[in-house]
Design a protein around this ligand. Sequence first.
Ligand SMILES: O=C(O)CCC(=O)C(=O)O
Length: 374
Amino acid sequence: MADCMQEWPEPVVRVQALAESGLSVIPRCYVKPPCDRPAVSPAAATTVQETTEPSDMSIPVVDLGALLAADGGAAVTEAVAAACREWGFFQVVGHGVRPELLRAAREAWRGFFRRPLAERQRYANSPRTYEGYGSRLGVQKGAALDWGDYFFLHLAPEAAKSTPKFWPAVPGNCKEVSEEYGREVVRLCELLMRVMSVSLGLDEAHLQRAFGGAGCCGATLRANYYPRCPQPDLTLGLSAHSDPGVLTALLADEHVRGLQVRRSAGDWVDVRPVRDAFIVNVGDQVQIMSNSVYKSVEHRVVVNAEEERISLAIFYNPKGDVPISPAPELVTAAKLPPLYPTMTFDEYRLYVRSKGARGKAQIEALKGQASPEN
Ligand SMILES: O=C(O)CCC(=O)C(=O)O
């Protein structure tokens, strides 16, 4: 495994460069098997319309501002519990991150993807650490590829931060803005950890402690760039996957939709971003720690022929070397035995890094492998 993770198995092609070449038929390697193609018409994916009101048909919206109100804590905890149980996805407003910072972070990354190809190529990444400019996930030769490029960086903990050489030099404020943005989102994730702990009936600090402690948890940033696609009904911007870590906080494009969430019945639901909200989803490590009370949920990205799309995902992860297993408080021998074996996050994410996005295959494969002493 270590050897095949040194280099990409095939020459890397930037999807942005393909799109800008004006092709009308996408190369075969981006064509998904019929069962994975989006069922939506391309026009449905291009809704250049801002949603300000949450809808019954979309994921729940939780106002964290209510935490400050007298007795607001219980209502927020209940709303987060319901969202985690029923959807595994929710949008948070009232999160306290300045809207100007959200926009500055999004614009900094938009600025990077507007730089000339030769300049972007200086940051080309490898599967060894994934840091830098990338166009595929996984190292499986011949895998169907996604219609998107990205830039990946480590923001925390201090010891794991990507060194300056990995950061784009232009836009000049990219590093500073992204680091401030990352600190704010980490603060939000720490708050959500406390709310989720209580919502699971655990002490407030349980999840954070079990994932390695506040200063030691990891945070990575992936700026996703999905160019226009001439045949959006044949491919995906990002294949169906669940996130391997604890929580993801996504800042979606302010104009172009594309994120879809899978319901338990198997159907895909469009996410309609609320202005200046974060879209939060439960990761696999919360599914493991909660012994499947909360479940990570598959999501994917559809692309469209008219508009490019950008999104910023912050992945909040456990400390890499901490053994993680279901919380003893949520395990009862008769009713709910431990469903997952103990594993560190460093071990867990190797699967994703080698195989790429594969729905929920990894966590499903682990289910039932817990030994009695777990
Ligand atoms: O671009 C999006 O809306 C979703 C991105 C995502 O799921 C990811 O980066 O893992």
